[in-house]
Design a protein around this ligand. Structure first.
Ligand code: AMP
Ligand code: GLY
Length: 422
């Protein structure tokens, strides 16, 4: 089997790493990939969807897997399907679950799926009237994709109104913000649930918890995620059942009924309020770094999972999840998340005990390769992942691996998984 993976981050590397271990995978391609993915396969520098589809046809690629949201929202799946290619991911219309907060909120309302009380508007006066009707804090969201920055949690009415004004005028997020959602604040704990979907059927992966803030104790600015672990003890059988009945099933049925069956990864961001799951957001792809810790927990074939999802055949698949825990620690570059950092060489001594080597690995993200040397090129550089029989064991192993990785300016949180270990 030949597989093409679209994207260049740790998420795509980790999918590649899982596939690379399978005997039936003959060749992997990454578009565009990073400095480390070419150890797993071949990097392809094609951006245009039509050209990439032509490449996939010429190379007789059996399956394409799309990592990031931007190509999905821009319609890569529609282009590949038009060419008769097999691709895992949602269509452009289905990707609106992530691409438009207004589409998402209205979809939830149409199908009676629990979510925070809200209005959508393009009008400042309407926004302000609704803001005045809510209690503090108040959440103001830009409609479109803002690379995770389009959500303001305002502590005062003035702050909420000026956030709305700056978004609506285009000042904050350009066109992505000229429609907004204003909603009530939900007080609870957050949980991410990932369902692999084929339009009708789905398989749920272990629930994960991300760490969005840059610094220990959840302080500092928001990032793409500084570490994650799974499965989390924050969910039990009863809550899984509620999520399935009240969220996953009505979402798939609703998308199908509206003519946009959802295929791909449905990543549901939930707030659990008094034991009840309430949808904060959907993403239409794997989380990053969540993907990196979920891949090593899948016992059965990852290529079967994606291929059967892409060919509407999930009902015929049993997936096996390991009875283990995984913890991933992001190592980021010096100036992350503010600005780029100077490239610096990554040195990995491999001077670890065999036990650590066996139960840990690295997933590479912001790296380039020059003359067989790896360089950190900024942003989130790599993730050290530990697997173990407990969260603590997995975490301790992951941190030992971090101690073996060196590059100038490296930084990482020292408290990943703390909520599970309290
Ligand atoms: P979103 O992109 O909509 O998930 O929002 C980003 C983050 O903002 C979420 O992960 C939550 O931490 C927070 N958030 C969004 N909406 C709400 C809400 N209604 N109440 C509380 N926190 C929220
Ligand atoms: N780690 C959160 C995300 O990928 O959106």
């Amino acid at each position: 089997m030949k597989i093409l993976i679209v994207g260049s981050g740790g998420r795509e590397y980790s999918i590649g790493l899982a596939l690379h271990k399978e005997e039936k995978i003959k060749k992997l391609y990454f578009a565009p990939g990073n400095g480390a993915t070419d150890n797993l396969g071949e990097n392809v520098a094609i951006k245009d969807f039509e050209e990439l589809a032509t490449f996939a046809k010429t190379q007789e690629i059996d399956l394409t897997i799309v990592g990031p949201e931007v190509p999905l929202v821009d319609g890569i799946v529609d282009v590949f399907k038009k060419h008769g290619l097999t691709i895992f991911g949602p269509s452009k219309a289905a990707a609106r679950l992530e691409g438009s907060k207004i589409f998402m909120k209205n979809f939830l309302a149409r199908h009676g799926i629990p979510t925070a009380k809200y209005i959508q508007t393009k009008n400042l006066e309407e926004a302000n009237t609704f803001i005045d009707s809510l209690s503090l804090p108040i959440v103001v969201k830009a409609d479109g994709l803002c690379a995770g920055k389009g959500v303001i949690i305002a502590k005062t009415y003035e702050e909420a109104k000026s956030a709305a004004q700056e978004m609506l005028s285009g000042e904050s997020f350009g066109d992505a913000g000229t429609s907004i959602v204003v909603e009530e604040f939900l007080d609870g704990y957050e949980l991410s649930v990932f369902a692999i979907c084929d339009g009708k059927d789905y398989k749920v992966l272990p629930a994960a918890q991300d760490h969005k803030r840059l610094l220990d104790n959840d302080e500092g600015p928001n990032t793409g995620g500084m570490g994650a672990y799974a499965p989390t003890p924050l969910i039990d059988e009863e809550l899984y059942n509620k999520v399935a009945q009240r969220v996953v099933k009505p979402t798939l049925a609703g998308m199908e009924a509206e003519g946009n069956p959802f295929e791909g990864v449905l990543f549901i961001g939930l707030m659990i309020v008094k034991g009840e799951p309430i949808v904060l957001e959907y993403n239409v792809r794997f989380g990053d770094p969540e993907c990196e810790i979920l891949m090593p927990l899948i016992e059965s074939s990852v290529s079967d999972l994606f291929y059967k999802a892409a060919t509407k055949d999930l009902s015929n698949l049993d997936i096996k999840i390991k009875d283990k825990f995984a913890v991933g620690i992001v190592m980021a570059s010096e100036n992350y998340p503010y600005s780029n950092s100077k490239p610096s060489e990554i040195l990995i001594s491999e001077a670890l005990e065999d036990e650590i080597k066996e139960h840990t690995h690295i997933s590479f993200a912001g790296v380039s390769k020059e003359e067989e040397k790896l360089f950190a090129t900024g942003g989130r550089v790599l993730l050290c992942i530990g697997v173990g029989d407990s969260i603590k064991q997995a975490r301790d192993r992951a941190y030992k691996r971090c101690g073996d990785v060196h590059f100038a300016g490296k930084k990482f949180r020292s408290d990943i998984a703390y909520q599970a270990l309290k």
